[in-house]
Ligand binder design. Sequence first.
Ligand SMILES: [Zn+2]
Length: 210
Amino acid sequence: MNHKKRDIADLELLGGRLCLDFVNTVDWRGREIPQEYLYTYQDLIAWSRHVGLIKNREAKMLKQQADLHPLEAEKVLIRAVGLRETIYRLFSSTAEGVTASSKDLAAFNKYLSTTMRQSRIIKTIDGFIWDSDGNKDELDWILNPIVRSAADLLVSGDFKRVKRCADSSCGWVFLDKSRNKSRRWCDMKDCGNRAKASRFYKRARLSQAG
Ligand SMILES: [Zn+2]
């Protein structure tokens, strides 16, 4: 992806699943100092708006609530970052062919039980859907769709298609939907191109030296 520092609401959505795009709110995971995009509860609102989880009206309501309850907002932010890192570890262990740690799974299940407590099934014209908005006076319900997305992906056969970008310093994750499971980069235009350029540079130097 585009590794220039940018706003959380400009982040590319290349993960292919909501939970993976949430994991990708950190850049350069493989570097000593990763680039964090989730600094405040307001960032969480901006990202949720960016991915279409909430509308402007809900974003405004949440912002007002967060301004009224800054300590609560801070707690939700910490929970959000914890959730993100748990999801990252669960899926990156899968990507490496390693069994997910039971500690991470237990931590994820705690998030899941909160989400389920705040969830119900509602009727629509076309049938039934999940409604996990919980109590909208609370600040943590915006995490629920992310938790559900990760749970759905974990129990689906697709979890085996989750990969980490082949540029180990990038650290973004994505669902490889290609038929022959050949996708290597989060973004061919960015990480893929950079790798190509660096291979070209090395080859050119070798041939000069030779
Ligand atoms: Zn990448």
